[in-house]
Write a protein that binds this ligand. Structure first.
Ligand code: GAP
Length: 430
């Protein structure tokens, strides 16, 4: 992890936020290349979860919802973690993560307080006056926005059960023990899809989505032995069944994403508290019912961390240590580098011409300065799959070398075929 965290900072992928003020505890900013990775993952998730299904559409709901939402959803009462303090070293823990007999930091026995339940909701005040009357909460999951809007979405998109609504957006949790870099932070992004089915049909939907999500993760080249299923015995307050996909991170097996049977828990709760009819009218059978819901809930930042952990590689090339990210080209922040071997003899100008012709179709990097070895290393550390190098032969026959990041194999292609080559390998960007 330490090596990956250092690489992310060195290469502008992700780094601590507010650093000039000493940081603000497990809060990260995503630099130019981190943004590209994150955007690629969310774009691929969106493509998989909405564009590839006729019956799943998107939504972008507000982050701050009516406070009653959180009363109805049960988050105000139940979205808590058990918190413990060590009276000796003042460290703080989640009771469900440690052996409560002994403080894991100072090693003293009998110094841990009794657990007290700590609510994870972030509070704010809406409007100019700070008052208990105008407390609002930052959403701890994107799902509730979907539940509030499901009828207008269903009507306007003319959907019939079963159908899904997908959303990507920020969520906030005042975590007791954030950590492990971007694995658990207080501000993060979720990619959630709520699938609405007839009562009694959550079982097959859960199985279907488990398979879909698993296959999506494998499509990135993740080694299957690094993934496993974990069925929850202790369920969240809203869940009737819950499965996590776990990944073996460098700090151990941990939750990557979840698939939950939420039954009619949320919609019934909103119907009860708001007084609004949350039923669906089935035009084919003339039935009215509250749909049941299966959700798939993934963390964007956590998916990114998993892909970075999977991609991190070290090898030795020509006696020199090399670090590279073997990222799926679809998520590599830069898809190709255009590199003149030297700056002189018209090679830099020619490289710039090629770059300008292709710019805008994919994120490309034109790198003219410095030794070619250094430029390759920089691209390898960012996981750039292809490097097109212009050399003296380019001036003679118009060909460039293509260097593939992982094997370092090189081939020569015409400089006029670079766009075609990238389209073949990467497809057009969606
Ligand atoms: N709507 C259901 C829900 O929110 P969850 O298991 O609490 O379920 C879903 O969260 C996913 O969101 C997790 O599997 C994880 O990927 C991500 N996630 C949750 N808390 C997180 C945090 N503090 N930091 C980063 N990602 C988090």
């Amino acid at each position: 992890m330490a090596k990956l965290v250092a690489l992310c900072k060195r290469r502008g992928i992700a780094f601590p936020s507010s650093e000039i003020y000493g940081g603000i505890g497990s809060t990260y900013d995503y630099g130019p290349y981190g943004v590209e990775i994150k955007n690629s993952i969310s774009r691929l998730w969106w493509q998989e979860m909405t564009l590839s299904h006729d019956n799943i559409v998107g939504l972008d709901s507000a982050t701050i919802l009516h406070p009653k939402v959180w009363e109805a959803s049960g988050h105000l009462a139940h979205f808590t973690d058990p918190l413990l303090d060590c009276k000796n070293c003042k460290s703080r823990f989640r009771a469900d993560e440690i052996d409560v007999a002994k403080c894991p930091v100072c090693g003293m026995t009998g110094t841990l307080t009794e657990p007290r339940m700590f609510n994870l909701m972030y509070k704010a005040n809406q409007g100019p006056v700070e008052d208990v009357e105008n407390i609002v909460y930052l959403r701890p999951e994107t799902a509730q926005g979907i539940y509030l809007d499901w009828q207008i979405v269903q009507e306007t998109a003319r959907l019939k059960v079963p159908f899904g609504i997908a959303q990507i957006g920020k969520a906030f949790r005042n975590e007791i023990t954030p950590g492990n870099f971007i694995f658990r932070t207080r501000e993060f992004e979720q990619m959630e899809m709520q699938y609405f089915v007839r009562p009694g049909e959550t079982g097959p939907a859960l199985e279907y989505w488990k398979e879909q999500r698993w296959n999506w993760l494998l499509s990135f080249g993740v080694r299957p032995e690094k993934l496993r299923w974990h069925e929850h015995e202790k369920l969240a307050h809203y869940a009737r069944a819950a499965w996590d996909v776990e990944y073996e991170f460098p700090f151990g097996w941990s939750e990557l994403e979840g698939i939950h049977d939420r039954s009619d828990y949320d919609l019934s709760a909103h119907q009860r508290v708001s007084g609004k009819d949350m039923q669906y009218f089935d035009p084919t059978t003339n039935e009215r019912y509250i749909p049941h819901i299966v959700e798939t809930s993934a963390g964007l930042n956590r998916t990114m961390l998993m892909l970075l952990c999977e991609a991190y590689r070290e090898d030795v090339q020509a006696g020199e240590e090399r670090i590279y990210l073997s990222l799926d080209p679809r998520v590599a922040p830069i898809k190709a580098a255009i590199l003149p071997l030297v700056k002189k003899d018209g090679l830099a100008e020619l490289a710039e011409q090629i770059y300008l012709k292709l710019r805008g179709r994919w994120p490309l990097f034109l790198d003219i300065q410095g030794s070619i070895g250094r430029r390759y290393r920089r691209m390898d550390e960012l996981g750039t799959p292809f490097a097109f190098t212009l050399d003296y032969q380019t001036l003679e026959d118009g060909t460039v070398t293509v260097r593939w990041r992982d094997t370092l194999q090189q081939e020569r292609i015409s400089k006029d075929r670079i766009g075609e080559y990238l389209t073949e390998k990467l497809g057009e960007r969606i």
